[in-house]
Design a protein around this ligand. Structure first.
Ligand code: ACO
Length: 305
């Protein structure tokens, strides 16, 4: 038994904050932020549950199904509404359902980890999983720290994953190296901190390795890949990865310019943009890859259906 993506939806923070807006209160500039990151603006506002509910409703409508048809609500988030309990039950309750509901945290790789978990649930008998990536990262940002404040945004994306005879996922691998846990951290009561340069260096390496493994396991060459749907942290990371893989930059989906780094939400937000631009027609091959705190990473080759 395989899976297919049956419907997608997004939810975005209400307030658009541009680089120029940030440079009124921080020693930074649109030029620095755009050149070093590719980010031009970000959305701010909304809790993980508020944003997740909007995305979830849109995904259910796009799939043309009722909430009662869902067997599991799986929420990838690093910024749930509270420490205890998880936020997935809150989202399920807003949808009026009492199926299983749980949070998972694999930082910015969480959405791809969620695809893996959903696929496993479907392999063992679930019919449909509602996977949501929702983040309210700006709550954990130190607005006086220009090194991190310019990077993050709030948002959510959701997908209905359902059982299918043909598996859209041709290969998928997950990885983690907990010895690198200190590279990106947010301790209880603290702010997000990261060693940006080291994360950059490590991210390029692990994304290239896991992408090459996913391609080899799928029996797909880089020339056959139509789109790169990667975690949106930094445009220079996306370019470095594409260059090392031998993928032309035109095949990279870039949505970080509008949303910044939205962690678990960034891949579904990129998918939404690609779908709106008619870049993800049936049969297209997408390389999907996430990386982030942990360190964690995850890559998959997907044939769009
Ligand atoms: N505006 C102006 N100057 C700045 C800013 C800013 N917003 N931020 C830093 N600088 C300065 C620094 O102080 C430094 O100045 P100095 O040379 O006088 O000391 C200079 O710019 C260079 O700083 P670096 O940190 O070396 O800049 P770099 O080119 O590495 O860019 C960045 C920083 C954008 C954070 C980059 O390293 C990056 O994107 N790293 C990866 C982050 C990432 O991928 N995170 C993903 C996971 S996030 C998660 O899991 C939640």
């Amino acid at each position: 038994m395989g899976i297919r993506f049956a419907g997608w939806g997004v939810g975005l923070g209400e307030r658009v904050v541009t680089n120029d807006d940030l440079s009124t209160s921080l020693d930074t500039s649109d030029e620095w932020i755009s050149e070093r990151t590719g980010i031009r603006e970000r959305r701010i506002g909304g809790s993980a549950s508020e944003l997740g509910i909007v995305a979830a409703r849109a995904a259910l409508a796009d799939a043309g199904i009722n909430a009662e048809d869902i067997d599991l609500v799986l929420l990838s988030t690093t910024t749930g509404d509270r420490l205890i309990p998880g936020t997935a039950p809150t989202i399920a309750a807003a949808l009026g359902i009492k199926c299983g509901a749980l949070d998972l945290n694999a930082a910015c790789s969480g959405f791809m980890y969620g695809v893996a978990v959903a696929r496993g649930m479907i392999a063992t008998g679930s019919r449909r999983v509602l996977l949501i990536g929702a983040e309210n990262l700006t709550r954990w940002v130190d607005w006086d720290d220009r090194a991190t404040a310019v990077l993050f945004g709030d948002g959510a994306g959701a997908v209905v994953i359902e059982a299918s005879d043909d598996d859209a996922v041709l290969s998928l691998n997950l990885g983690a190296d907990g010895t690198l846990a200190d590279l990106i951290r947010c301790d209880h009561g603290g702010y997000i901190w990261m060693d940006g340069r080291e994360v950059f260096r490590r991210a390029v390496r692990v994304v290239v390795d896991s992408s090459e493994r996913a391609l080899a396991e799928a029996g797909i060459t880089i020339d056959q890949v139509d789109l790169l749907l990667a975690h949106q942290a930094n445009l220079r990371i996306l370019h470095a990865v594409a260059d090392r893989l031998g993928l032309p930059h035109e095949k990279i989906v870039v949505s970080l310019d509008k949303y910044g780094n939205t962690s678990s939400a960034s891949i579904p937000l990129a998918v939404d943009q690609a779908r709106n631009n008619h870049q993800l027609e049936t049969g297209k091959i997408a390389l999907m890859t996430g990386f982030g705190g942990g360190m964690t990473w995850a890559s998959a080759v997907v044939r769009w259906s």
